[in-house]
Design a protein around this ligand. Structure first.
Ligand SMILES: [Zn+2]
Length: 201
């Protein structure tokens, strides 16, 4: 017998920050991650952020990365993110000074519903590295809204939002909503997302 499943897929971020001491002035969040002094963390003037693509990523889906980058750059009318090209990473995701997208064939057994994870490292209020892992063990991907698969463009738009410092919100059609259903395109940053960006970029 067939069972109909509605799988809501979790996209998550892992955050590693060193917080500044001294007279740090709190800021409103604008939907950004904040440090322990309630300041937004971002790349500040250090844009565009260069993302490299690990050789584990399927070559036929490379266009999805370019499309997702273009969504953020056109949303703000300038280059926030750029692609640095392919990279060979022998050791896998690590804090190594490079921002890398990995296609993971293994995934933690206790987190099978996590589609992807972006790890962001910062010091004070400045992000200095971000790495993306895509869960290719538990999910299938395509470019577009096809049954049983995740639209990889929509997934990457969301994860690139984390790279820029954004956190989750379910408000107003945001691409930063924490769930993305199968066969769903959610690629265009909403007016709320663009307003958030303007706080830092
Ligand atoms: Zn997320």
């Amino acid at each position: 017998m067939l069972r109909k499943l509605f799988v809501f897929l979790l996209l998550s971020s892992a955050l590693f920050g060193l917080n500044a001491c001294g007279n740090a002035r709190p800021e409103e969040s604008c939907n950004f991650v904040q440090n322990s002094s309630a300041q937004r963390v971002s790349w500040g003037d250090h844009t565009p952020v260069t993302l490299y693509v690990d050789r584990s990523f399927p070559a036929e889906l490379f266009g999805a990365i370019e499309q997702a980058v273009e969504q953020w750059n056109s949303a703000r009318g300038r280059g926030l993110i750029k692609i640095g090209g392919w990279i060979n990473s022998s050791s896998g995701p690590a804090r190594d000074g490079a921002n890398v997208i990995y296609w993971m064939s293994s995934w933690e057994a206790d987190r099978p519903y996590e589609q992807a994870r972006t790890t962001v490292y910062w010091a004070g209020d400045r992000i200095y590295e971000a790495d993306i892992r895509v869960n290719a063990k538990n999910f299938r991907y395509s470019m577009g809204a096809y049954g049983g698969t995740v639209d990889v463009v929509s997934l990457l738009v969301h994860e690139f939002g984390h790279v820029l410092g954004l956190t989750h919100t379910d408000l107003h059609g945001s691409v930063m909503a924490k769930s993305l259903a199968n066969a769903t395109e959610r690629r265009v940053p909403s007016p709320t997302d663009i307003d958030s960006l303007k706080c830092e970029y």
